[in-house]
Design a binder for this molecule. Structure first.
Ligand code: KG4
Ligand code: ZN
Length: 338
């Protein structure tokens, strides 16, 4: 039974967790910086890394205290090596290296997206082959896992990530950061009545969201020019439905082409209520032989428990990092398993 201490600091959450036996959370601490970045309408990388430095020791201390454990009880230290903001990543990487060196523990580098996918292991056994739809502030990817701890990226975004599009449209609608959360809430009061552009990239499993984002902007400008009024709730709802339908269409194609046992959602946008409903009600009905899993809300946005689960599997597979490693802002998922 392994006990893994995990550290996540790739963007604007300073997080630490301890995971036992690959899926049991002994403690899970997240210090979010959202309130600071809200003032600027988005994450300011320089500020993010400074706050990580201020918070990391306290977060680690609280994490061990909550689990009532000492460093001597820990088998290995997992951490997000990338992708993410370089300055933010560095703080988690240095903390992990320092602890590993001080307490003579193995270092286990983890890819952030592997963490998001393995967050589902906190609620259920994963069955392979598996298809993951990864939707976050920085990623929109369909990932095929033929076996445990193997990743094949089938499709990715050609421009904006879905979460990025939600956040940019949120800003245009005058909503606070992170826009995705507020668009989701606002859409519940609106209707899907506006037809917005839905770009289709050449590769059938790829995504594109910048045309949809510009479509929202052009719609607002057109309304202003013509002195017409509209309900922002209706525009938010129309944007959300269009964006989420795009995801579901690609997921449907992927599940038709690749016979898998499970389909899992992953990443911050997996918290979106419209996406969750469509996956459980529509996608699941279309593919009855595939078990559709959605992670609990608390595990969708960035946290260290997910890094701890992926790190525990990586530890079992013998993934180890040396003391001279550094952060990898452009870390490749497919080669991260070695
Ligand atoms: O996974 P995450 O915490 O960070 C990255 O790895 O990027 O994802 C953050 C993203 C943000 O773009 C945020 O707006 C989006 O997840 N998000 C949502 C919702 N909750 C968070 N997007 C749509 N609906 C939500 N309920
Ligand atoms: Zn993330």
């Amino acid at each position: 039974m392994s006990k893994i201490l995990a550290i996540e600091s790739s963007c604007d959450e300073t997080a630490a967790a301890i995971i036992e036996n690959e899926h049991i959370i002994l403690s899970n601490v997240v210090a979010t910086q959202i309130d600071v970045h809200k003032q600027y309408g988005g994450v300011i990388p320089e500020i993010a890394s400074r706050i990580h430095i201020e918070n990391i020791s306290m977060v680690l201390d609280e994490c061990l205290n909550k689990a009532n454990l000492k460093m001597s009880d820990i088998d290995a230290i997992a951490f997000t090596q990338g992708p993410g903001l370089i300055g933010s990543l560095h703080v988690g990487v240095q903390a992990a290296k320092t602890l590993a060196w001080m307490y003579d523990k193995p270092l286990v580098p983890v890819h952030h997206i592997a963490g998001h996918i393995y967050a589902n292991r906190l609620v259920t056994e994963l069955k392979f082959p598996l298809m993951a739809l990864v939707v976050s502030g920085g990623h929109t990817e369909l990932v095929y896992m033929e076996n445990e701890w193997s990743f094949e990226v089938l499709g990715t975004t050609q421009d904006d990530a879905i979460g990025e599009a939600f956040d940019k449209v949120g800003r245009v609608l005058g909503l606070p950061y992170p826009g995705g959360v507020y668009i989701d809430k606002m859409s519940k009061q609106g209707k899907n009545i506006y037809k917005l552009p839905k770009p289709k990239p050449e590769k059938e499993l790829d995504f594109s969201f910048s045309g949809l984002k510009s479509g929202v902007l052009q719609f607002i400008k057109r309304m202003e020019r013509n002195n017409e009024t509209f309900l922002p709730e209706d525009l938010a709802c129309s944007f959300q439905e269009t964006a989420i339908t795009t995801l579901l269409e690609r997921a449907d194609i992927a599940l038709t082409k690749y016979p898998v046992k499970q389909f899992v959602l992953a990443g911050g946008v997996a918290a979106n209520s419209c996406l969750r409903n469509h996956v459980l009600n529509d996608l699941q009905k279309k593919h009855p032989s595939v078990e559709c899993i959605i992670p609990p809300l608390s595990c969708c946005t960035d946290n260290a428990a997910m890094i701890g689960v992926a790190g525990s599997v990586a530890y079992r597979y013998g993934v180890r990092g040396e003391y001279d490693l550094s952060a990898k802002p452009g870390f490749d998922l497919e080669s991260s398993t070695r």
